[in-house]
Design a protein around this ligand. Structure first.
Ligand code: URA
Length: 428
């Protein structure tokens, strides 16, 4: 590849022009090899954040990120592959019940997952609260678990889209996460390189999501569906509500516990509804139109797949989950109807309690997080618990409480409340 001048690449985007294919291929390759410095890539990411990219420019950027590493191949598996990716939310534990559920219905689910980013939780952080469970598998181990169990949730290896690995960490600390071209290319480069046959995207909308309004979420969904389809991956997107946390927990072990409740046939109704909606889309995309995920939840076959999936990665599905050393209860100040409980505020509070990390090398607390005792639409009585904060570091309670100031509204008794639908739209 002919050497180029990184400053001219930055200036091109700074001045709102389209990057040429040659500029894109060169800058991604040179950044991956360490020839373009982090500060230069930060400037380019900010220029992209501010000035955007055209569709074909995003496609080329994504292709260059895929080409920065290896591509996996699941064609030797006897089952069709189906994967799901969420753009990230608060209390979004859906991968945990969904992967074994879809495996129990006959598809293979290669779920390469990430760690928490900002106020949003990470699937690997959640599963690591199960004693013994390990996220790092070799490609051969991953294939073996997929063959034996039908579902694997593990960390993406270093060889998969390494350009994204570097850029994702850089964006996290340079205020350049919430950009449609950068999010779309980041997610789709990993998913296309992973080699899944079909993909269902869960694009979150609302205060707890990176996309705060439905128009931006639709644009992100259309961009990602287009990228997947162009690369031969059958891709659909559901736009789903993230104005309030999903379920009744945000935090690692707390969310594992709630996921197990769903697999046991119970759990909060919004988590069950979204799990089933995504499962139906995945099974449909994989060509398994007759599968019945509601039956697999009810008859215990999804729970069996969960137990085998956890055990295959060294986890003990029967082990007690960690609990926090300290808890603090926030009570309802008045009686009435809870009309708002803000997802972003709950996500930030859980993060401050220790469930998330401020720097990528920070450890997370398995037991930290926020438990909800009421959801919008429910009646509450003055003095009843509204939220319970969990942490091993009680000096963080005040800081977490600050995040929750003005995070909820209670209307007078009888206030009518119209809940947002769990699934807002479908694109694909
Ligand atoms: N998830 C990703 O993988 N990348 C992003 O940029 C945002 C969410």
């Amino acid at each position: 590849m002919a050497a180029m001048d990184v400053i001219s690449v930055i200036r091109t985007k700074r001045d709102r022009a389209r990057l040429t294919d040659e500029q894109i291929d060169w800058v991604i390759d040179a950044y991956t090899r360490g020839e373009v410095a982090d500060e230069q890539m930060s400037a380019l990411a900010m220029a992209i954040f501010l000035n955007g990219m055209e569709r074909d420019e995003i496609a080329r950027w994504t292709a260059a990120m895929i080409a920065s590493g290896e591509r996996m191949d699941f064609s030797s598996l006897p089952r069709p592959t189906a994967d799901k990716h969420s753009t990230g939310g608060v209390g979004d534990k859906i991968t945990l019940p969904l992967a074994p559920l879809v495996a129990a219905c006959g598809a293979a689910v290669p779920q390469l997952s990430g760690r928490g980013l900002g106020h949003t939780g990470g699937t690997l952080d959640k599963l690591e609260s199960i004693p013994g469970w390990r996220a790092l598998l070799s490609n051969d181990e991953m294939l073996a678990v997929l063959r034996d169990v039908g579902a694997v949730v593990c960390a993406a290896g270093d060889g998969l889209a390494p350009a994204d690995k570097k850029l994702y960490a850089l964006r996290d600390v340079t205020g350049t996460v919430e950009s449609i071209p950068l999010i779309a290319s980041s997610i789709m480069s990993k998913k296309i390189a992973e080699g899944t046959g079909s993909l269902v995207l869960d694009v979150k909308v609302g205060s707890g999501a990176f996309m705060k309004n439905i128009d931006d979420a639709r644009e992100l969904a259309r961009t990602m569906v287009g990228l997947g389809t162009d690369h031969g991956v059958k891709t659909v997107a559901l736009l789903t509500d993230m104005a309030t946390p999903l379920g009744l927990t945000a935090g690692n072990a707390l969310e594992v516990r709630e996921s197990v409740e769903v697999l046991a046939g119970g759990g909060p109704s919004d988590v069950v509804e979204l799990t089933l909606a995504l499962a139906r889309e995945m099974l449909d995309a994989a060509g398994l139109k007759d599968a019945d995920p509601a039956k697999a939840l009810a008859d215990g076959s999804a729970m069996d797949a969960w137990r085998r999936m956890i055990a295959a990665q060294g986890g003990d599905p029967d082990a007690a989950l960690p609990t926090a050393r300290e808890t603090q209860v926030i009570t309802a100040p008045t009686s009435g109807v809870l009309t708002r409980l803000d997802a972003y505020a709950v996500g930030v509070a859980a993060w401050r309690l220790g469930a998330g990390r401020a720097r990528k090398e920070d450890p997370v607390q398995a037991a930290a997080g926020v438990e909800l005792h009421a959801k919008p639409g429910e009646s509450v009585t003055a003095g009843q618990p509204l939220l319970t904060l969990h942490t091993d570091t009680p000096e963080k309670f005040d800081y977490a409480q600050q995040a929750l100031t003005d995070s909820y509204d209670i209307g007078p008794a009888g206030t009518s409340y119209e809940p947002n639908p769990v699934v807002l739209d479908r694109i694909g």
